[in-house]
Design a protein. Structure first.
Length: 207
């Protein structure tokens, strides 16, 4: 939701003109009126009725910004998890091995300010600290990326977390004031079963 607008992304069980996606519906919050049908698979609100909407796959690795009337106002060659605050940062996810993904900042005029490289082409959704620092579970490491795109590896988890095979699933979650990292490995002989490894991290401010 952004101002008097809401953007709803949809998907489809069948191949359509949108691919396996449905349209992204820009709606008037007051009466539910359809303002525009857009294309994209993930989005973030920017305030004032504006949204960014992104798409990855085949020739797409793009993010577009739209105003409250559904008009495109900017575009960038980047896609991933959006972090909106002071500016707009992206934890890129290109699904490639090896990955070309980074943590970047999107600037006006289609400019992409490039930050640290990532080692995982499918990073899970990051966590954001109060000071704007992004925590990224990047393969087997928990990485902190600041507002200036400065990067520090906080901890190497090792073990199953370092495995980048496609059947590995990762997540970062808040556990009270702590951070929990989860890595689930799908069993090769039974895709309905997983082995789950969990780490709990305590964050401390440096003096």
């Amino acid at each position: 939701m952004s101002g008097d607008r809401v953007l709803v992304t949809t998907d489809s069980m069948e191949y359509t003109a949108w691919g396996m996606l449905g349209p992204a519906l820009l709606l008037d919050l007051a009466d539910g009126r359809l303002v525009a049908e857009l294309r994209g698979q993930s989005a973030a609100a920017r305030g004032g009725g504006r949204f960014v909407l992104g798409l990855e796959g085949y020739e797409f690795f793009d993010t577009w910004e739209y105003d409250r009337d559904g008009n495109e106002t900017d575009a960038w060659r980047s896609y991933g998890h959006y972090v909106v605050g002071t500016g707009l940062r992206v934890v890129e996810a290109d699904r490639r091995v090896p990955t070309s993904g980074r943590v970047v900042r999107l600037l006006p005029g289609g400019v992409v300010e490039r930050g640290p490289h990532l080692s995982d082409g499918t990073p899970p959704e990051p966590l954001v600290l109060r000071d704007g620092t992004i925590l990224v579970l990047d393969g087997g490491a928990v990485r902190a990326v600041g507002r200036r795109l400065d990067s520090t590896v906080l901890v190497e988890l090792g073990g199953a977390a370092a495995d980048k095979r496609p059947r590995m699933f990762r997540a970062l979650r808040w556990d009270g004031d702590r951070v929990a990292a989860f890595v689930a490995e799908q069993h090769a002989d039974d895709p309905t079963r997983y082995t789950l490894d969990t780490w709990t991290l305590v964050l401390r401010h440096r003096a």
